[in-house]
Design a protein around this ligand. Structure first.
Ligand SMILES: [Zn+2]
Length: 113
């Protein structure tokens, strides 16, 4: 049994514990300080989620900004259990599956973003 951590990168562990090995608080997962903030647009039953966020990029030729959309597949630990529409923060970690290399460490509001 691995000792559970109280926080990861300053983010407090959720009240609820979980048995997930791929959890930054209750598992063996170590996270890197490379954060992404986005809205959960898709939630899968296998503890996966998809984040999406918009950013604008300047296009010199047209002297205007274009809107870019970025998406990221992330792991959604059972103790965090982010729902669709919530603003969350994900941190980079080791590859968790073929498409997932990040894990949700908390919700954006209330904590530091
Ligand atoms: Zn957990």
């Amino acid at each position: 049994m691995v000792e559970s951590r109280k926080e990861a990168l300053g983010w407090k562990a959720p009240q609820k514990a979980c048995e997930d090995r791929k959890c930054p608080f209750h598992g063996e997962l170590l996270v890197k300080n490379e954060l992404f903030q986005g809205v959960v647009i898709k939630k899968d039953s296998n503890r996966s989620a998809t984040l999406e966020w918009n950013r604008s990029k300047y296009v010199p030729k047209y002297e205007r900004y274009t809107l870019l959309r970025s998406r990221l597949r992330v792991h959604n630990p059972a103790c965090v259990n982010a729902q669709i529409g919530e603003e969350v923060v994900a941190a980079r970690t080791k590859p968790l599956s073929k498409t997932k290399h990040h894990v949700i460490i908390g919700r954006a509001e209330g904590g530091k973003a």
